[in-house]
Design a binder for this molecule. Sequence first.
Ligand code: UDP
Length: 344
Amino acid sequence: MKKQILVSGGAGYIGSHVTVELINAGYDVIVADNMSNCDMTCYEGVKKITGKQDIPFVEMDFCNYGVVEKLFTDYKIDAVIHFAAFKAVGESVVKPIMYYKNNLLSFLNLLEAIQKHGACNVLFSSSATVYGEVETLPVTEKSPRLPATSPYGKTKQMCEDILRDTIKAQTNIKGIALRYFNPIGAHPSALIGELPRGVPNNLVPYITQTAIGKRECLNIFGNDYPTPDGTCLRDYIDVVDLAKAHVATITRMVEGCMKEDYEVFNVGIGRPVSVLELVTTFEKVNELSLNYKYVERRMGDVPSLWADTTLANEELGWKATRTLEETLKSAWEWEKYVAQKENK
Ligand code: UDP
């Protein structure tokens, strides 16, 4: 019998890449999404990539307990990957109640339904943002979680705590939180990728939208940081590599290889890349010239943040393999695919 994995938020950017890799690895997937921040593009793309037309899709909101519980009555679920959450840092500062309500309630409903229906493994989609304004680099899983700088970051910290406390009290639930650094890029098929609504907040979608002509100019926020070229350093993880880390994590859980009932792993490449290096690499691999300028620093940005990935490499037997060049090529191919779809 194939193991069944529920992917909440499975029609979104990371969720769709994870769905592909799970299916490739021989899992059955149930996709659940309320479509609040995506359309059917990625779900349809997943079907094309995998050649699997019958991937169950449930349009639902995890804030509605009744429908969450029904999922567990309708399907035998071996593990859940929980992506369904709001994710815009800036928006969370302006609309904290919306963020706390949605991100906490949906996760609480999920755990309550699991508790009622017996054993289950939970993979929580967390973020490097839980480390707050870090003092020592690279960041290990043992680095302290300092106060998060946004309500979004706080919901990630709170959900990690909720999961850990629930597992402590419930012997039938096991869980792993994956703390992502900066996910970028798209599937090599260019059939799935990131679809930001409105003006992108993140660097790579802003770059690709500038290259295609949707935005006039990329603003690089600050070139006076204490870094080699003055621009910020981050750990950019390819989304397909990131998706494969989820498969390794699910396998660890369903095959009973966890060392503790609740575990945490950093998911990154373990190498700092500057904003300028990313921009120039993008230009080089895609043979184009990007319109960019330096502007003031963006509030809340830390100069440098990158991961120590030793634990994930050793315990999950996973390592990022795609090069920055491949990743930035895939991001550009995806942007061109989106533009071509929009012009049809
Ligand atoms: N950045 C930038 N211009 C943009 C968007 C981002 O210079 O239009 C920089 C930002 O200051 C940070 C890096 O790119 O140093 C990554 O930012 P992003 O918002 O993608 O992720 P974050 O690290 O903030 O989660």
